[in-house]
Design a protein around this ligand. Structure first.
Ligand code: SF4
Ligand code: SF4
Length: 469
């Protein structure tokens, strides 16, 4: 018995790129699909969602494990605390992320977009809500075209209710990384949230609802800068999701038992499934397009058709331009090696910087008055030493001058600071000689742990004195 792959004509033929329910409707009604790449995508998104929504609730030593404390200008991440002075490390981390993105893009195109980008992940989640509340693609198209009824109102309300619920949770979670989440959640539930927190929770709620619910692929196509420049990183060996036109054309429907070559056809049966599953509504058979976010849904769809037809999989697949032209894909190539090498060097440098990061910080500010004469007729300069205990334990610190022959430090020489405490210590430095060697010279202050003096921080300042007295 012959079997023809069923096709569903629900799109508007005059506009093949957009699957519409009726003229004027610009929504893309994506068909859900299963397959290897969908499983990979969902697994990646599940890990990311778990990390995003879960980490904020973890505690570490009686405080939130990950918290960017804006009021105190500290960033806590589990056992480590970072201060504004450490933000160079954050810059290094961002550079590492950028080079990681460059390397993966040269190797496999827009896998970031398809598998891990928050915009894509939230969009997939919202599309799942849509499927649960409004049904599969054909039901959604019918619902879209149908006049308002109780059924339509109930389904639409359920969908938007779910979208809003996820959006509020996202907004709360995001703000919870900057303000302790537990009191914030209680404030939200009891309607007692302060104006600033409320503004940001509502802002991120609206951003999630609009971006993932309404804008969706428009963000990728018109707003995301990465979509604009990623194509310049592609080369002829980059693995992109492509349709093998040499194998697929001439496309056209046929019965399953018919040999395509006998009727002058290629392997594409023109079922449109690859278009119907595409979240950006494009036809991969038109070639590589800027709108393609590399989600691989069309591979899953086409592979299932190939299985049903008894053809080899891979009519739509991850492949390179070289391979499509009959050549081989070169995995190791200069640009990829270059990005990977920079990436490895940056990761190593960041690792060293993290390990070597001084756990005590010292900043010295000289008093605005240049100098003064004390009761013994000696010249004095006044300083303020800002000491930060960056550890998680109370520490005793010794304050001293490095190579301070000829000077005397006056003020506390040992201070005790609680974990994370910042102390401003007033100090005066006296020049012991009556006649200074120069009008201005560098002096170096040092703060070190009393128990482990090899842990220290030093900072320079100037000592100013009159030459002619
Ligand atoms: S490429 Fe595959 S999924 Fe797309 S129309 Fe052809 S056979 Fe169908
Ligand atoms: S063309 Fe394929 S890989 Fe690209 S966005 Fe559409 S479904 Fe995803």
């Amino acid at each position: 018995m012959s079997e023809r792959i069923p096709t569903v004509e629900t799109f508007e033929p005059s506009h093949p790129k957009k699957v519409k329910a009726k003229p004027g409707d610009n929504l893309i009604h994506t068909r859900s699909f299963t397959g290897l790449f969908r499983t990979l995508r969902l697994s990646g998104a599940a890990v990311l969602f778990l990390a995003f929504f879960g980490t904020v609730w973890l505690n570490w030593s009686e405080r939130q494990a990950v918290l960017w404390d804006l009021a105190e200008s500290k960033f806590h991440i589990f056992g480590a605390t970072f201060w504004p002075q450490d933000f160079i490390l954050l810059s290094a981390l961002l550079i590492i992320c950028a080079f990681g993105l460059f390397a993966i893009t040269v190797f496999a195109g827009r896998v970031w977009c398809g598998y891990t980008c928050p915009q894509s992940s939230f969009t997939w989640l919202f599309m799942w809500c849509e499927k649960v509340t409004e049904g599969e693609r054909n039901q959604r198209i019918k619902l879209q075209a149908a006049p308002w009824s109780l059924n339509k109102l109930a389904r639409r309300s359920a969908k938007h209710g779910l979208w809003l619920g996820i959006s509020v949770l996202t907004g709360l979670t995001f703000v919870g990384y900057f303000t302790p989440i537990r009191p914030l959640a209680v404030e939200l539930l009891t309607w007692q949230m302060g104006g600033v927190s409320l503004f940001w929770v509502l802002f991120f709620t609206a951003a999630t609802y609009l971006n993932a619910g309404w804008l969706r692929e428009a963000v990728c196509m018109h707003m995301c800068p990465y979509a604009r420049f990623q194509s310049v990183m592609f080369d002829k060996d980059t693995l992109t999701i492509s349709y093998d036109a040499a194998r697929g054309e001439q496309r056209g429907p046929r019965k399953r038992e018919v040999q395509p070559a006998h009727v002058g056809l290629g392997d594409c049966i023109d079922c449109q499934l690859c278009v119907q599953v595409c979240p950006t509504g494009i036809d991969i058979r038109d070639g590589l397009q800027m709108e393609c976010i590399g989600c691989a849904a069309c591979i899953d769809a086409c592979d299932s058709i190939m299985d049903k037809m008894g053809y080899a999989r891979g009519l739509v697949s991850y492949t390179s331009e070289h391979q499509l032209q009959g050549g081989k894909t070169h995995l190791l190539r200069p640009r990829l090696i270059g990005y990977s090498a920079v990436l490895l060097v940056m990761i190593a440098a960041l690792g060293v910087a993290l390990v070597e990061r001084p756990m005590v910080s010292l900043d010295v500010t000289k008093d605005r008055g240049l100098f003064r004469e004390n009761s013994q007729g000696l010249i004095e300069n006044i300083y303020s030493l800002k000491v930060i205990n960056k550890t998680q334990q109370r520490q005793d610190y010794r304050l001293e001058l490095v190579d301070g022959d000829g000077f005397q430090l006056q003020g506390p020489t040992v201070i005790s600071l609680a974990p994370g405490e910042i102390s401003d210590v007033p100090m005066s430095v006296t020049l012991l000689a009556e006649t200074p060697a120069s009008s201005s010279q560098t002096i170096r202050f040092k703060v070190s742990e009393v128990d482990e003096p090899w842990i220290f921080s030093a900072a320079d300042s100037r000592f100013v004195a009159p030459l002619n007295r």
